[in-house]
Design a protein around this ligand. Structure first.
Ligand SMILES: Cc1cc2nc3c(=O)[nH]c(=O)nc-3n(C[C@H](O)[C@H](O)[C@H](O)COP(=O)(O)OP(=O)(O)OC[C@H]3O[C@@H](n4cnc5c(N)ncnc54)[C@H](O)[C@@H]3O)c2cc1C
Length: 403
C-alpha cells in the first residue's frame, strides 16, 4: 500500500543535495518528502568548504544568516611544501574575495551545522522527512520499496542517495563505484591542544609526493578539521567511519613538516577515521521515466577541488527551478541538459588536480599554472540566476509555467 500521495515529489537521501532540493521545492509550495535510511541524523564529524557557487544556493534557500553565523571565513589559505613547510602559494578569501563574487563568500563549516540548517529550513517550509527508510527498489514509474516493507509512489523521484546510490544501481548502471587508489583519513582536533605555532597557521594544505594533508578551522575556530590523503594500494573498504589509529596515520607522514605531525598527534583517538576513496565514471543519462539523479548519485568525484557538495547544491537549485517552471518531463530534460557537461568537467578536473597536487615536485606548484577550481572559473557559476530556458526556443517557452 502506498504511503505517499502520487502527486508528490520523493527525494531519496537526506544528504546535502537531497535536503537542498527538498527545501527549494517546499519553499515553492510543492509537496515533497525526503526518505533517509538512517534512523536519526547524527553528528557528522567533519568539516566542509563552501565556495561562492555553493553559498549562492544556500543564500537563495534562506540560509544566509545561518551560514554566516556558523561558518569560518579563511582570510588567507596556504599551500605548503610537505617537508619544509615553505609557502608555495597564498590565496585570499576574505571580504575583497566575497565582494568580487557578489557577496557570496567562502566558508569552512562543520557538516553537522550545515545539515542542521538545511533540516530546520525544510521543516519550516513544510517539507517532509521520513527517517529509517532504506530504499531497496525503485521503478521508472516512481514506485518505491523500502527495507521495512513499506511502499510509496511519487510523480517524481529524485535519487540523491550518494556514492553507493541504490537508485543508480537499480535503474541506471549496476557497476559499483571504483577504488581510486587513494586512502583518506579525517579527524577533528581541539585548537587548544595544538602548539601555539600551529594554532597561528592559516588554513591550508601541505602537498608532497603521493600524499596531501588539508586542515581548516570550524565551530568559530575552536576545532581544526583535517583530511589526509595517501596513494595506497591493497585496502579498499569504503565505509566513511572505519576507526584508525594515530600511529597508523603518523606512519604515512613520518618525515613531514612538524606542523602536520603535531596535528595528527593531538587528534583524540575516537575522532580519527579512514576510508578508501571511491568514484564514479560519468553516466550517459540521468533520467529514467519519472526518476532522476542528483549529487554524488549522479556524479561522485574525488574531493581535491572541494566541489562535490557545491555541485550537489547547484544541481538542487537548477532541478527545483526547472520543476517549478516546466512540465515534469521537460523539467528533467532541461535539468540534465544544463548540468551534465559542468559536472563531468568538475569530475575530470578534480582527478587531474589531485594528481598534480600529489606530484613528485611540489615546489613546481608555486611556479606553474595550477588548474584549480578558482582558475577554472568554477566559483562564478550562478545556479540561482542563470537562464534555464534555452535561447530561441518558442516551443519550450510555451511549456514554461513560471520561474
Ligand atoms: C574527504 C572529503 C572532503 C570533502 N570536502 C568537500 C568540500 O570541502 N566541499 C564540497 O563541496 N564537497 C566536499 N566533499 C564532497 C561532498 O562531501 C559530497 O560530494 C556531498 O556530500 C554529496 O552530497 P549528496 O547529498 O549527493 O550525497 P551524500 O552526502 O552521500 O548523502 C546521501 C544520503 O543518502 C542516504 N542514503 C543512501 N542510500 C540510501 C538508501 N538506500 N535509502 C535511503 N537513503 C539512503 C545516506 O544515508 C545519506 O544521508 C568532500 C568529500 C570527501 C570524501
Amino acid at each position: 500500500m502506498a504511503d505517499a500521495d502520487s502527486d508528490s515529489i520523493a527525494v531519496i537521501g537526506a544528504g546535502i543535495g537531497g535536503l537542498a532540493v527538498a527545501l527549494a521545492l517546499a519553499r515553492a509550495g510543492r509537496a515533497v518528502t525526503v526518505y533517509e535510511q538512517a534512523a536519526r541524523l547524527g553528528e557528522l564529524g567533519a568539516g566542509i568548504t563552501l565556495s561562492p557557487n555553493a553559498v549562492r544556493v544556500l543564500d537563495w534557500l534562506g540560509l544566509a544568516d545561518g551560514i554566516r553565523a556558523a561558518g569560518f571565513v579563511p582570510d588567507r589559505q596556504w599551500t605548503q611544501h610537505w617537508q619544509t613547510g615553505d609557502v608555495l602559494r597564498e590565496s585570499f578569501r576574505g571580504s575583497d574575495f566575497a565582494a568580487r563574487h557578489g557577496g557570496a563568500g567562502y566558508y569552512h563549516i562543520h557538516r553537522a551545522d550545515l545539515h542542521a540548517l538545511l533540516c530546520a529550513g525544510l521543516a519550516a517550509a513544510g517539507g517532509g522527512l521520513a527517517l529509517g527508510k532504506a530504499l531497496i527498489d525503485v521503478t521508472a514509474d516512481g514506485e518505491l520499496t523500502f527495507a521495512d516493507d513499506s511502499r510509496a509512489t511519487a510523480a517524481i523521484v529524485i535519487g540523491a542517495d550518494g556514492l553507493k546510490s541504490v537508485v543508480r544501481g537499480r535503474l541506471f548502471s549496476p557497476l559499483p563505484p571504483h577504488f581510486t587508489g587513494q586512502v583518506a583519513w579525517r579527524g577533528i582536533v581541539p585548537v587548544a591542544a595544538l602548539p601555539a605555532a600551529v594554532q597561528a597557521l592559516p588554513p591550508g594544505i601541505h602537498v608532497g609526493p603521493q600524499r596531501l594533508f588539508m586542515r581548516y578551522p570550524v565551530r568559530g575556530g575552536t576545532l581544526i578539521n583535517f583530511a589526509a590523503f595517501v596513494e595506497l594500494a591493497g585496502w579498499e573498504a569504503e565505509d566513511w567511519s572505519i576507526p584508525s589509529t594515530i600511529p597508523e596515520l603518523l606512519s604515512h607522514f613520518a618525515s613531514w613538516d612538524p606542523a602536520v605531525t603535531a596535528i595528527i598527534a593531538a587528534t583524540p583517538p575516537a575522532s580519527l577515521f579512514k576510508w578508501a576513496l571511491h568514484a564514479r565514471e560519468p553516466l550517459e543519462g540521468w533520467i529514467k521515466g519519472r526518476v532522476v539523479l542528483l549529487g554524488d548519485a549522479a556524479h561522485a568525484m574525488l574531493p581535491f577541488m572541494g566541489q562535490g557538495a557545491a555541485t550537489a547544491l547547484e544541481d538542487a537549485a537548477i532541478l527545483a527551478r526547472c520543476l517549478v517552471a516546466f512540465s515534469p518531463e521537460m523539467a528533467l530534460q532541461r535539468y540534465e541538459a544544463l548540468r551534465r557537461e559542468r559536472t563531468t568537467l568538475v569530475q575530470t578536473q578534480s582527478r587531474l588536480l589531485g594528481m598534480q597536487l600529489q606530484g613528485r615536485d611540489p615546489a613546481s606548484l608555486g611556479r606553474g599554472d595550477l588548474q584549480n577550481e578558482e582558475r577554472l572559473g568554477l566559483f562564478d557559476y550562478d545556479a540561482v540566476a542563470m537562464p534555464i530556458l534555452p535561447a530561441n526556443s518558442p516551443q519550450l517557452q510555451d511549456q514554461c509555467h513560471s520561474d
